[in-house]
Design a protein around this ligand. Sequence first.
Ligand SMILES: Cc1cc2nc3c(=O)[nH]c(=O)nc-3n(C[C@H](O)[C@H](O)[C@H](O)COP(=O)(O)OP(=O)(O)OC[C@H]3O[C@@H](n4cnc5c(N)ncnc54)[C@H](O)[C@@H]3O)c2cc1C
Length: 306
Amino acid sequence: MVDKDIRQSEMMRRVSVPAADAIIGKPFPVLDHGFVMLVDYMGGDSSIVQAARTSYGKGTKKKSDDEGLIRYLMRHGHTTPFEMAEIKLFAKMPIFVARQWVRHRTASINEYSLRYSLVDECFYIPEPENISVQSKSNRQGREGTLPPVEVDSFRKDLENTSKEAYANYMKHVEAGMTRELARALLPVNFYTQWYWKTNLHNMFHFLRLRLDQHAQFEIRSYADVIAKITKSVAPVAYSAFEDYELNAVRLSSKERKALQNIVNDAHSVDEAVNSAGLRLDNQDGIRMKSGEGVEAVSKINDLIRR
Ligand SMILES: Cc1cc2nc3c(=O)[nH]c(=O)nc-3n(C[C@H](O)[C@H](O)[C@H](O)COP(=O)(O)OP(=O)(O)OC[C@H]3O[C@@H](n4cnc5c(N)ncnc54)[C@H](O)[C@@H]3O)c2cc1C
């Protein structure tokens, strides 16, 4: 092997991320009886860099360059390097949460079989503060508080219905009924469990949709925990995701026009970009040729002039 091959084989060693290793097998509680656990991961920030440098034909660089590269890839939608890291979770969630979660088709799932195994008497009762009025502006949402008497009555009905359903389920199972049919007696607040494995690119897509305020509170609670787990596996990529995807704003053509009206009456674009914390000059005072600040000036100039 020549030196280059030896360097390459060193780069190919299994990636280990101490912050992720520290939480493997630890259940993070969600809702009243649920949890999410990191089972394993493959790769992390360095796998993204490794894949990207292969595609650009460049060798290993400094840590600060690696961070810049990951942020560049995220900014420019060069997504395949993010597919090189994978996260495997084990989670327990109410069946109605699983129904929403399973819609993310780009993950691999293995669910606890209710044809094969007995269901536990484990069901979800929302906390009073999470029981709200049907939203008028968003048919899929909640807003405002209900009178405590209605909240109490809902929780009691949910508990009684769940207990009664479980008693009926067990009665028929014990009478010899096949489990695959007996389970039809159970409501969707009963808990199920699964292994869920996806790559970082699809994980960010899942998180962008399910951390959003429009996502239902219950699945958002799972997304909050999964976001923390993802951050421990790939902190630099997660931070880039937060900046350029999660907290980024997409403008419609009318919104762009509104922004033009505002900016046209304010400071210069350079001043506006600088005061937003983006650098335009090198330390020697010479203007940068590329970088996030330069891109921002170009983007805003484009917004104003069109
Ligand atoms: C707030 C909210 C409300 C929702 N409300 C509803 C609802 O009322 N009813 C409902 O049915 N669903 C609803 N959904 C589910 C939603 O429509 C998506 O199915 C879900 O968010 C998964 O997104 P996805 O398809 O992008 O993800 P994935 O399935 O992970 O797919 C990722 C990407 O792969 C590509 N892809 C995957 N499969 C295909 C395919 N077959 N064809 C073309 N491209 C593909 C797409 O680019 C897709 O964005 C809701 C989701 C959210 C977040």
